[in-house]
Structure formats: C-alpha cells, structure tokens
Design a protein around this ligand. Structure first.
Ligand code: ZN
Length: 214
C-alpha cells in the first residue's frame, strides 16, 4: 500500500524540525512510497527550496524526484537555518539512528578506500619522479654511444635536474585530487541528527558525542 508523509515546521510533521531552522516552510516537502516500492519526493512550493545530495556530496535543487531511502535531503538553501536528514527518517518509527549510522559507516569506508588508492598513486609517482633523473642519465649515455652525439655536461645537468620537476608537473593533479577527497569527507561526515561534523570515532561507535543520537 502506498503511503506518504509531509515534512515541515507544522506540528504534526513526522520529522521534527528544530525551531531555529526557519528556512524550512510549514509544509515543505512530501515523501511517498509508491505501490511499486519506489520512493518519491515532491517540493511543496517551499520558500527556500528542497535539495538532494549527490555522490560527490553536492546538493542539487529538486522539485519532484525519485529518491532512495538512503538519500540525504536538505530543506532550505544551505545556511545554518536549513535542515538536513536522510529520506529514511520520513518513515522511521522511532528516534533510533541505527540506519543512518550504518549508511555513514559505508560512506566512510568508501571514502577511505578512495583516499588510500590516491595515496598509493602519489607514492608511485614519487618513485617515478626519483627515477626519472636516472633515466635521463641512461638516455644521455645511449644517445652518446649510438649516435655519437656528445651532450655537454651543463645541458646534461639541466636535463637530469629538471626531469623530476617535469614528472611532478605531469602528475600534480593527483595531489589535488587527494585534497579534494579529504575536503569532501569533511563535508559529508555529519551527524544524522544535529547535523554537526562528526568524528570517524563517533561513526564507528554509532553515536554522536554531541547530541547523543545513536
Ligand atoms: Zn549529533
């Protein structure tokens, strides 16, 4: 059987909105579970909009959208008076955040895996850059022996010294990607109840040390 709820600042809202979140409209958004089991979200012409987070942690404004139970929804355009929650909360029967913490742990693991891969890549690049000087020495020797071209010591020195710099430039995107990954992690690891940044320790523990949600 299909069911639907309306979430907002009105008294009967199944998701309670803290009183200081005045970017949220009285009746802000409708979430339905359709007969086929799919979840649907509809913005109810709210004043400050409804947003759904993508896998990169960026929020996008939506008006009507098919969503997943695990999707993160924001009511309002992002200031401290907005409200963020997992779609799951719309039909949650109690004040338990076990589901949200489980999702957070998955997200954290996924992020850490990505970071680790990126760190490995940077480590390998470091080795390539160290070895590139040697490669140039070898190359000069080969050119010298085959073609009989004598590369003068000054030129050779410049080539050897600049090889690691060139390699570093070629791979400079990798360091930036790692930084972006870490920034993204900070952005998305938030307590499912109070919305404040949450530590990895709290996530593993399954309880927010500030608001005690668990
Ligand atoms: Zn909290």
């Amino acid at each position: 059987m299909a069911s639907e709820v309306i979430i907002g600042r009105y008294v009967g809202s199944p998701v309670k909105i803290p009183s200081d979140r005045d970017a949220v409209s009285g009746q802000h958004v409708k979430i339905s579970i359709l007969d086929n089991g799919r979840w649907k979200l509809e913005d109810l012409k709210s004043s400050n909009g409804t947003f759904v987070r993508d896998e990169n942690g960026e929020f996008h404004r939506v008006f009507a959208k098919q969503i997943q139970e695990s999707d993160i929804i924001r009511l309002g355009n992002g200031g401290a008076n907005s409200f963020v929650f997992a779609a799951h909360r719309a039909f949650a029967q109690d004040d338990s955040y076990v589901y949200e913490f489980k999702q957070l742990r998955k997200l954290l693991k996924h992020q850490k895996d990505k970071e680790m891969k990126q760190e490995k890549k940077i480590e390998i690049t470091g080795w390539i850059s160290k070895l590139s000087g040697l490669a140039v020495i070898g190359l000069c020797a080969v050119i010298g022996s085959i073609k009989g071209i004598n590369i003068d010591p000054n030129t050779r020195y410049i080539l050897i010294a600049s090889a690691p710099v060139v390699v570093g430039l070629i791979f400079s995107g990798d360091t930036k990607r790692l930084k972006d990954l870490r920034k993204k992690k900070e952005r998305i690891l938030l307590c499912p109840k109070c919305g404040r940044p949450i530590s990895e320790f709290d996530i593993e523990l399954g309880q927010c040390s500030r608001c005690k949600a668990k």
